[in-house]
Design a protein around this ligand. Structure first.
Ligand code: PRP
Length: 209
């Protein structure tokens, strides 16, 4: 049995479709209920729906053998997992954004609001810019509007949230997409099963390019 942590939400639905098209079907997951764990003995797969930002935790701890999570999470938390595949979906970018009239006052630390303090710290350290981080958990765009921060470091997908809140993207930090990851011990002990699954997903992803 391969245990797969899927990110709850739109990305997860797409990922499940790919896994099922690759042969890892699981009829019970399509039933309307609030269950979170589903398995199909015939195809040897057990799926869990988890919060997207928690996928890497389940995989790192071996509760899931494999999973799909955003590169943003891998960069922020550096979990001890194997990154096997760029799935070429869930594409977005990590960027710095601010109010349109923003001008950096380099005589004091830059105040950065973000859900991703490690990514932000790393980015500004490489630039030699002192910063103060305000760690938030969502709706980051509000921080500069209310004057709580100078800039934000956040995910930009369509750019609509920034636009509708009168913010501009200033600098791109890194491109993000969904990654197929594996627990290190599982990769060793379930090598054949995980390699077969990875191959099928890779073929599907390549075919879509
Ligand atoms: C993310 C991100 C932005 C938004 C960007 O938020 O933090 O707010 O999506 O998408 P866009 O460029 O297509 O507008 P999410 O929906 O994860 O909610 P959050 O406020 O909880 O971060």
């Amino acid at each position: 049995m391969i245990n797969v942590a899927l990110p709850k939400g739109r990305l997860g639905e797409k990922v499940l479709k790919i896994f099922e098209e690759a042969g890892y079907t699981c009829p019970s997951i399509h039933e309307q209920n609030r269950k979170l764990i589903f398995e199909n003995e015939e195809t040897g797969v057990r799926y869990f729906w988890v919060k997207p930002s928690d996928v890497a935790i389940y995989v790192e701890r071996g509760a899931a053998d494999v999973g799909v999570c955003g590169k943003d999470i891998l960069l922020e938390y550096s979990p001890d997992v194997y990154e096997l595949l760029d799935m070429g979906m869930g594409k977005c970018r990590m960027a710095v954004a601010a109010k349109k009239d923003f001008q950096d006052n380099t005589s004091r630390p830059l105040i950065v609001a973000t859900k991703f303090p490690n990514i932000a710290r790393d980015y500004y350290m490489k630039q030699g810019r002192d910063i103060d981080i305000i760690k938030l958990n969502g709706s980051i765009e509000i921080a500069p509007i209310l004057g709580m921060s100078d800039v934000i470091v956040d995910i930009v997908e369509t750019g609509k949230t920034l636009l509708e809140n009168d913010l501009c993207p200033y600098e791109d930090i890194v491109d993000i997409s969904a990654r197929f990851i594996a627990n290190k011990a599982s990769h060793k002990f379930k090598y054949d099963a995980i390699t077969a699954l990875t191959g099928k997903i890779a073929a599907y992803v390549e075919g879509k390019k």
